[in-house]
Design a protein. Sequence first.
Length: 217
Amino acid sequence: RHTRYISVTGVQTCALPILGILFSYSRAAWIGLGLVFIFGAVSAWKIKDDWARKFGKIFFIYGFLLLSLFIYITLPIVKTRLHISGTARLENISNVERAAGYGAAGETIRDNRLFGVGIGNYTFKLRDKYPDKKVWDIQPVHNVPLIILSELGAAGFMLIFGLAVYLAALLLKKRKWNYLGILFLVFVLMLFDHFWWTLGSGMYILWLIFGLAAREA
């Protein structure tokens, strides 16, 4: 009974961040949550501990019920975010701004191929390049690899990319699937958002994950 109580309590505690991610209506966060569920399902299948397997089953059932309830209650918004039933005005604006961000990043990379514009200088470069734009229209591109290429150039990008590949290879060799899965998840999320590189909290999390992976490797 005590073990069952711990399982249910733990699942209910985990449900809070799941609800937070769902109600953020961030497609990148949804992708991350989906990858976590897939990775968790694969990991739970390989775990031999009975308590962990029971916890995993309860967690996934609970998470599926939360997801179903969330979709049922907010179906119109979910359809809009996933472009199932057309796009609303704000969605169109967001898509246009993201496309423009990719174009601006491409121009910045072409102009500063080798060493970039300097770390932290991406938005300042955009301000100088587009002086007529309003300050709130100058935003980093929602793609960390492109920002790294823009700020550090090909030299800095190859250094960081090489480090990531090296860590992934060591983790794969030692079969550290948990940390390898976390690295893969972070790499995917970096393709859809910029906070991993542009905000202090994102940087701390990113390099903490790299550090933990290096320790295990």
